[in-house]
Ligand binder design. Sequence first.
Ligand SMILES: Cc1ncc(COP(=O)(O)O)c(C=O)c1O
Length: 381
Amino acid sequence: MSASINNIAREELIDMVPYQSARRLQKADGDASGQSAFNDKIWLNANEASGQGEYNLSADCINRYPDFQPDNLLSAYSEYTGLPTEQLLATRGADEGIELIIRTFCKAYRDSILICPPTYGMYAISAENHGAGIVKVPLINNTLDVDGIVSELDQVNVVFLCSPGNPTGNLLPKAQIKAVLDAAQDKAVVVVDEAYIEFSPQDSVQSWLGDYPNLVVLRTLSKAFALAGLRCGFTLASSEIITLLSKVIAPYPISAPVAEIASQALTGDNLNIMKARVKETNALRAQFIDWLNEQDWVEDVYATDANFVLFRTTLKNEIFDGLKQQGILIRDQSKQLQLNNCLRVSIGNQSEMETLKTSITGLVTTLRSGNTNNTVVGEAN
Ligand SMILES: Cc1ncc(COP(=O)(O)O)c(C=O)c1O
C-alpha cells in the first residue's frame, strides 16, 4: 500500500479486518455467488430464510444477503469506465461515497476537510456528522483559489472539489485541479465529485487516477442515468483507497434488486438511451439559457456544464414563491456564499420547460402591471 495514503488515513483502519459476513468469507474462498450458486448449494451459513415461501414478489433470491459488492454491478461499471473492479466501490449514491471518504481519512475532533463554497452541501453535513472540521476556501469567479487551497493543505486530510459544480454548474479548470493534486500529494486526498460529468464526459479527470494515488472520483446514477430513486453511486480510486473504504462501508450496502436494475442501466442499448437523454437535456438547457439572457429581470446567468442552470434575478422571491404556488418547484440558492438572489432550475422535459417559462412570464407581467408608478418591480432592491 502506498505509504502516503496510509499516512493520511485513520491509523486504526490500516490493520483493521472488515466484518467477515458469510457472503464475504465465501467470496474470499473463491466461491461464486449469484442466482445460479444459490441454487447449487444448501445455504445454512447466514441465518437467512431458506426461501421466499408464499410471497408473490417480482425479485428473485432476496431471501439471501447480497454480495458486499455485487459482481454484475461492478462488472457493468468496470466496462462503462474501463477501470478494473479493484478500483471501484459501489455505494448508496455518491452521498455514501462522501461519508465513507470522511470517515476513512478524518479522525473525529482532530482532522478536517476542505471545501470551496458555494458547493454541494453534503460535504459539510457529512463532516459535521462525523465531527470533522471544515476549512473553507471560497471559489473565485466560480474557479478555484488554488493558492488559498495550497496554503491550507497541511491542515486538512481531504479536499472536496465539485466539477461540474453544484450549484454553480460549471466545470473547474483542469489545470487548477491538477495544481491542487500536485500540491496535495502525501498530504491530502483530493476528491473530484463528478456527479454531473455525463453532461460533458470529455472533461472527466478519471484518466488521472493512474498518476495520482491520492485522487478519488465520485460518480452517481442519479443524474444522467435518471435513477435517483435507486440510490446507486460509485467511488473510483486506487485499489489501496478502495480497500480502506471497504473497511468502513456497511457489510451489504447494495441490495440485490438495486444491483440488478443498475447493471441493466449500464449495459447495451440503455447506455445509448442515457446518452440521448444527455443530448436532449443539453439542448433544452441551451434554449433555457438563451431565454434567460433575453429577460430584463435576469442579472446574471451562470455558465453550466450540468443538468441545471443558476441565475441571479432582482425578482428572486416573487418568482420562487409564485412558481411554488403554481406547483412548480425550483431551488432558492440565495443563502449560499456569493449567491445572493440566485435561483437554480433543473432542466426538465420540453413541456416542463415551456410551462416554466410561461409561468414566469405570467408572474413578471402581473407584477409589473400591478406596479402603478411604472418602475420595474424588484429593481428598487
Ligand atoms: C455534486 C453532487 N454530488 C453528489 C450528489 C449525491 O448524489 P447521489 O444521489 O448519488 O447520492 C449530488 C446530488 O445532488 C450532487 O449534486
